[in-house]
Design a protein. Structure first.
Ligand code: AMP
Length: 282
């Protein structure tokens, strides 16, 4: 049976009963196969798995979809139970933030570009909740998806810079057969928008093929942007090739780069990315 802890106190009591290794999977709920891949990785690595479900208000900016974000706790619990998860932490806002936090985590320069440029307070909010839940759950490993590549880079840096004793494990992006990256926000898309949303993964895959075939970083970037700008129903926020760790723009001669994209399809903002690597030379 999955045990649902609704407060920090309940979590603490349940955590104290756990002996052996513990893996944490943090989510905002509305679970899909992308989240489940993280849960399976957690199960493969540790004796116990804790899943947190919390729509963190601190990481949403004004005018974003905090209120509309899908909340499906009963269905989420059924999926986690079927996967053999023992503990779910789904706290209330007043339990997580009994008052406005005075001490904040400064995520540094990587949080000011790309996602951070469009969503200036986003990563500070993410790191605040990730740090809190890591301290509350004290896991040996914490699993995060490469879907949110910039978030993953920032969490890895935070854990290193603050000496938080946890191993961060990335899991590759889970996609529909069509290539569309799974996301809780895909439920916002109409049937037509869902078709249009495929442009993101098509353009990224093509960029990776060009890069593998030897095209220069700037040529790949130009093609990626042109492809997305020509896609019906897609309004591009950014498309770039970056170093996956630093998120600095990839440079001429780099052997690997992360192609990253954010775009609106209708009113839904989607992100996706694809690792580009040079083909091995014979
Ligand atoms: P979220 O509930 O959107 O905050 O995501 C919770 C975790 O699941 C994050 O580490 C995400 O990167 C990860 N995740 C979400 N969608 C996917 C996906 N399609 N493939 C892999 N990981 C994902």
């Amino acid at each position: 049976m999955v045990y649902l802890a609704r407060t920090r106190q309940e979590l603490k009591a349940a955590r104290e009963k756990m002996s052996g290794s513990v893996a944490l999977v943090m989510t905002m709920g509305a679970l899909h196969e992308g989240h489940m891949a993280l849960v399976r990785e957690a199960k493969a690595r540790c004796k116990h798995v804790i899943v947190s479900i919390y729509v963190n208000p601190l990481q949403f900016g004004p005018g974003e979809d905090y209120e509309a974000y899908p909340r499906t706790l009963e269905a989420d619990l059924a999926l986690l139970e079927a996967e053999g998860v023992s503990l779910v932490f789904a706290p209330s806002d007043s339990d997580v933030y009994p008052r406005e936090p005075l001490v904040r985590i400064d995520p540094g320069p990587v949080a000011t570009c790309f996602e951070g440029r469009t969503r200036p307070t986003h990563f500070a909010g993410v790191l605040q909740i990730v740090c809190k839940v890591l301290l509350l759950t004290r896991p040996d490993v914490a699993i995060f998806g490469q879907k949110d590549a910039q978030q993953l880079a920032l969490i890895t840096t935070m854990v290193s810079d603050l000496n938080i004793p946890v191993e961060i494990v990335p899991v590759p992006i889970q996609r529909e057969a069509t290539g569309l990256a799974l996301s809780s926000r895909n439920v916002y898309l109409s049937a037509e928008e869902r078709q249009q949303a495929h442009a993101l993964s098509y353009a990224l895959r093509e960029a990776a093929e060009l890069f593998a075939g030897g095209a220069d970083v700037s040529a790949v970037r130009s093609r990626l942007i042109a492809q997305l700008e020509a896609s019906e129903g897609v309004r591009l926020d950014y498309a770039e090739l970056v170093d996956p760790r630093t998120f600095l723009p990839a440079a001429h001669g780099d052997h690997a780069a992360l192609a990253i994209v954010a775009a609106w399809v209708g009113t839904t903002r989607l992100i996706d990315n694809w690792l580009c690597e040079r083909e091995e030379e014979a």
